[in-house]
Design a binder for this molecule. Structure first.
Ligand SMILES: [Zn+2]
Length: 265
């Protein structure tokens, strides 16, 4: 993270000779943490190719964004199905169902890959200081400024969680499709937890309704334990608040960057 006074930066820019245009990478390889299981050969595909976004993508995403009830996860799917070209030997372009099979951490890694393919390693912003109103140029280093949470389990295996009565429950890692279904069907966090648990639990021979009933029938302590396991186990880059200092008055500036502002801000 670096911060320069914008007037000084503009002055320096005016002094240097016009630089030859350097082409940014138009496509980029991204290594995934869990990857995608290709059902045809039953192999995990661990490496994806993403391309940079262009004006057509911006228009398409802006049109999608104004529709009502579009969740973060749906927007992410829409963006990634345009920009991820392949995952291993699986063609992805335009196929939302493939993107929705990825765990959230892999989707965030792909999103960072799209940012890098589009803007290069450094992403610049203008931020106005709340204290003095001065304008600051802030540069994010997309390689180093995001904390990475490493996987704590083998992501190709299920999670096994022991309940109060000693029963062991097997859970799949939640993917994009799970979080979209849960946020669409559940009106409250409690309802969303029921849907996400029912989608991630492995109960052989049980219907969706049976699994939802199972999730509602769990004791509160067990439910909390399982929900915590599902979400605390999520590896991947963390989009957190970033702190910097105003170049004019030294006041602290806290940036709550979300990924949409990283893309179009
Ligand atoms: Zn200031």
């Amino acid at each position: 993270m670096s911060n320069t006074q914008s007037s000084a930066a503009a002055f320096n820019e005016a002094l240097v000779e016009p630089a030859p245009r350097v082409d940014l990478p138009t496509s980029l390889k991204v290594d995934l943490m869990r990857g995608l299981l290709n059902p045809l050969d039953n192999e995990w595909q661990m490496s994806a190719v993403v391309r940079e976004l262009n004006g057509t993508d911006e228009e398409a995403l802006a049109a999608f964004d104004v529709q009502k009830g579009v969740s973060y996860s749906e927007y992410m799917t829409h963006m990634l199905k345009r920009s991820v070209t392949s995952i291993g030997n699986v063609d992805v372009l335009g196929r939302a169902e493939v993107i929705d099979e990825l765990i959230i951490g892999d989707r965030d890694l792909l999103f960072l890959g799209v940012l890098k393919a589009t803007y290069g390693r450094f992403r610049e912003f203008q931020v106005t200081c709340r204290e003095c109103g001065g304008s600051n140029d802030v540069t994010m280093d997309l390689e180093n400024d995001f904390k990475m949470e490493d996987p704590k389990h083998d992501l190709h295996e299920t999670m096994k969680i022991k309940l109060k009565n000693g029963t062991v429950v097997e859970l799949l890692y939640p993917n994009g499709g799970d979080s979209q279904a849960a946020s669409k069907k559940g009106k409250t966090t409690a309802e969303q937890n029921t849907y996400i648990l029912s989608r991630c639990v492995i109960l052989q021979g049980k219907s969706d309704n049976d699994k939802e009933a199972w999730a509602r029938g769990l004791s509160l302590a067990d439910r909390n334990k399982l929900v915590k396991a599902l979400f605390s186990a999520q590896p991947g880059p963390r989009m957190e608040e970033v702190e910097t200092q105003c170049a004019h008055c030294n006041a602290k500036i806290v940036l709550a960057l979300d990924w949409v502002s990283l893309l179009f801000g």
